[in-house]
Structure formats: C-alpha cells, structure tokens
Design a protein around this ligand. Structure first.
Ligand code: ADP
Length: 373
C-alpha cells in the first residue's frame, strides 16, 4: 500500500471511529437527560416520607403524588385533591399565576384537629404543588402563653393592690404608731409574697425555655434532700410537724443542684402546708426497680382527690385557693417541680388519698452510684 493509500485509510478509519464515539456520547447524554426527568413513581418515593403534607397535581388538578401525611389528612383522596379550601386556594394560585397561602383546620387519623398553613404553588409546566405545614404546636404554644400571661397579671394584681391600700392606710394613720406598725408588718408580708411570685415566674420561664438547666454537674441526691430539709425545718417546727429524712445510698444524677433543691423544697413545703399539726412528713431516696433514682416526699395530711390529682401540676391550679394563699402558696410550686424533673430527663408522679395523705415521687436517671467507676 502506498503511503497516500494508507494515510487515506487512516483518515477514513479515524473519522469513522470518531463519529461512532460521538454517536455513543450523544446517546449516553440523551439517556442521562431522560433519567433526570423524575418519573411519577420516583416522585411518589420522594414525597412519601416528607414531614410536611405535600401534593403534586397535574394541570387538570389530578393528584400525581402525595406525601403520607397529606394522604392521612385527606388532602389527597385517591386522584382528587382534598378539601374545598385547598381546591379553591389552588384555583386562585392558577388564576393569579402566583403562590397563594391560607390557614385551614383538618382532622388527622387520630381524630385530632390540626391547624395547617397551606401554600399552593403553580409550576411552569402547568402542574402545581400544594404544601401544608402543621402549625398546631405553634397555636397551642401561643394559647398557653396567652393564658399564662393572663394568670400572671391576675396573680400579681392581688399583692400589688394590697400594697397600695396598706401604704395609704399607713399614711392616714400617722397619729397612731401602733396602727402604722401593724400596716407596715402586713405590707412587708405582701411584698414578700410578690417577691416569691416573681421569682417563681422567672424560675418557671427558665425551666420552660429551650435550655432549662443553668449548670450541669454531678449532683448528690443526699445533699439535695439535706438542703431541702434544712430549708424547711423551721416552718415544720413552727407548725408542729415532724420532718424526717432517710437517704438510701450515695446516688448521683447529672444536673443543676439548685433547681433540684428548689423542686424538693417545694414538695416538702407543700407536705407541711397541706397537713395538720402533729402530722409526719418523710423525705426519702432510693433506686427504683428500673434503675431510676427516686426521691419521695410523703405526708399523712389532707390528701388530694383523684380528679384534682390530674390538675395539680398545671400552673396556678389550686384545690383550695384560700388555704394555698394563707400558706404563702403561689400555685406554681408543682409546675416548677414538673418542669425541673423533665429538664433532668425524669418525671414527677403523685399517689394520694383524701384524708390519708400524699406521696410525691421525683424519678431521675442515675448518673452514678457508690461503687461505680
Ligand atoms: P401552691 O402554691 O398552691 O401550693 P402548688 O403548685 O405547689 O401550688 O400545688 C398545687 C395544689 O396542689 C395546691 O394548691 C394544693 O391544693 C395541692 N397540693 C400540693 N401538694 C399537696 C399535698 N402534699 N397535700 C395535699 N394537697 C397538695
């Protein structure tokens, strides 16, 4: 073969090979491009696990795919889009060619009413997506906060009103030193009540925040009990109530010693306040069968009915408001105990029988006990 002929053959073969490679590349690119178009099946797979309620509809509003949550709320019923409000919202989004939002209420599978923030977004290819986010928790939170603020305002009004009246009374009794002395004594008591209320509100707000514990350290349960008993010894004495303490082994939990001391003190103060003179209050600690540390405060006082037991941990709930106020109660003590226990990964429970007495138990996860490495 001449050099020209071999060069020509090389050229032809080279060009053939190059075009073959080019065709393969184009086909592969075309295959890849086809692969990038999400199929209906894949769309369903993507949406299914989403926490939000998501429904994708065709240009004729037929459901193409929906998340499990959307189906459970009836936002997608087979191939049709759910409730009227969603259909109307989508129609408005299509009409205006802009995303539209509204809030609706729907029932979930458990029959609970959920508040949903609904958004309908038209897509450029004629399809549309409807997204629903569960706002029930936000709603509950703002309702609770509103109730809390109303209750606080009401509770603060009583001592503030009394302080204003007592100051006036003391002022108009300047000629009677004995009366002035009496009014000032009452004024000091009301100020003390106001002080107690404000510090309990601060304590509760902190315990309900995202980061409730001030300090996290190894805390000895025995020293928590001892601190609470020491703080309450004088009041117990004053009311003729015997206060005893029995701490099992040296148990340790991880948390904030001051918060735990306050919680146990609240329980002991209640046990004293809601018992008659001569009663017995016992503070004990031990390990429950499931390995949790248990702090128990028992009394043989007036007890609590089953109906009231369900409500005593609510803020400002009191069985007998007059008795609570007379003993300096704010109605926040048990709520603080509950939040302190929860902030430490634990819980508080109550056993009680009217006329027999009550036992409050704080259970906390143990971090160490004597003998552990
Ligand atoms: P308070 O400041 O009124 O004591 P708490 O939140 O500590 O508020 O307690 C709520 C209510 O639960 C009390 O008002 C009281 O009626 C009831 N209670 C709490 N502890 C006891 C107890 N040991 N014995 C009987 N009743 C109790």
């Amino acid at each position: 073969m001449t050099p020209y002929a071999s060069a020509l053959l090389g050229l032809v073969l080279g060009a053939g090979l190059a075009s073959l490679v080019l065709v393969m590349v184009v086909r592969r690119a075309a295959r890849q491009a086809r692969g990038q178009v999400v199929s209906r099946h894949h769309l369903a797979e993507i949406l299914q696990p989403m926490r939000a309620a998501v429904v994708v509809v065709t240009e004729r509003d037929k459901v193409l795919a929906a998340s499990t949550f959307a189906k459970s709320l009836g936002l997608a019923r087979g191939s049709s889009l759910g409730p009227e409000q969603a259909v109307a919202l989508l129609a408005k989004a299509r009409r205006t060619t802009a995303p539209q939002e509204t809030e609706i209420e729907l029932e979930n599978a458990a029959g609970e009413t959920l508040r949903l923030a609904l958004r309908a977004v038209p897509l450029s290819n004629g399809a549309a997506v409807i997204i629903g986010e569960d706002r029930s928790e936000d709603l509950r939170f703002s309702e609770t906060r509103r109730d809390f603020v109303t209750n606080i305002s009401h509770e603060l009004k009583t001592p503030i009103g009394a302080i204003a009246l007592l100051a006036e009374a003391a002022d108009s009794a300047v000629d009677d030193p004995e009366a002035v002395h009496r009014f000032l004594g009452k004024l000091a008591k009301e100020t003390q009540r106001l002080n107690e209320l404000v510090s309990q509100i601060i304590s509760l707000s902190r315990l309900q925040s995202d980061d409730p514990l001030l300090v996290t350290a190894e805390v000895s349960i025995t020293s928590v009990l001892q601190a609470a008993v020491n703080r309450c010894a004088e009041i117990a004495d004053g009311r003729g109530i015997s206060l005893s303490m029995q701490a099992a082994a040296e148990l340790q939990v991880s948390g904030d010693a001051r918060e735990l001391e306050t919680a146990v003190t609240n329980l002991v103060e209640n046990a004293i306040a809601y018992s008659e003179p001569g009663a017995r209050v016992a503070v004990t600690s031990g390990i429950d069968t499931d390995g949790m540390a248990a702090i128990r405060v028992s009394d043989n006082g007036i007890g609590i009915s089953a109906e009231d037991q369900a409500r005593i941990f609510e803020r400002f709930f009191r069985v007998d408001a007059d008795r609570s106020r007379a003993s300096g109660g704010t109605g926040l003590g048990l709520s603080i105990v509950k939040h302190a226990a929860v902030a430490h990964g634990g819980e508080v429970t109550v056993w009680s029988r009217p006329g027999q007495g009550s036992t409050f138990t704080i259970r906390l996860p143990l971090s160490k006990k004597r003998g552990d490495q």
